[in-house]
Design a protein around this ligand. Sequence first.
Ligand SMILES: Cc1cc2nc3c(=O)[nH]c(=O)nc-3n(C[C@H](O)[C@H](O)[C@H](O)COP(=O)(O)O)c2cc1C
Length: 204
Amino acid sequence: MRQQQPFVVGVIVGSSRPGRRGPAVAGWVTEVLAQHPAVRAGEVTIELIDLAEHRLPLLDEPVPARFGDYRHEHTRRWSAAMAACDAFVFVTPEYNHSIPAVLKNGIDYLDAEWRGKPAGLLSYGADGGGRAAGHLRDILTEVGARVVDDHVELGLFVDFEWPGEDLSDPTAAARIAPGEDRAAAVTALLTDLLDAARDLVAVA
Ligand SMILES: Cc1cc2nc3c(=O)[nH]c(=O)nc-3n(C[C@H](O)[C@H](O)[C@H](O)COP(=O)(O)O)c2cc1C
């Protein structure tokens, strides 16, 4: 596995729809991670990566990613952004008991960029998005990422505030407001990622 100083952790925003909550959730994750001792010591940097900004079309590469023969500029840009990361935190909502198509598509585009790298999962949804996290774990395992055991869940009606909003309105704005225990779980996720990275180096 590529190792560099500082160690780069990419926090990936896994949704793309207008009005999505993904950037707020991932922004909160990066704020929490910024307080981690390894980040404060300059050993780790956190990169926020918004899949929506990459504007990847539905997979249009003729050669499967495992061969690394990328024909399109958008793939090479996405590849370079992921190759620059040593580990990942995937921030995914639950869509119909799974992950958003944009996230599955972004993963399918690449292979070596995920392989052998530690990955942590944070899901959110009406009841925490656990089914999406389960699917994501399987998908990332297939592309060779080392998904750490624990994942973090945020519930839409527990970890968000709905100031004066009508909850029956599906576009209602919510403010992310997770409790201290959720922040501690995100901090622990980064510790797990760093431990996994050390273990991988030790066996290499
Ligand atoms: C297409 C779609 C399907 C959804 N399906 C589920 C679901 O199966 N389980 C759940 O808990 N929430 C579900 N939700 C609610 C989302 O998890 C919630 O709206 C979340 O904020 C979506 O993430 P985003 O705002 O970043 O797009 C769904 C939302 C959408 C748009």
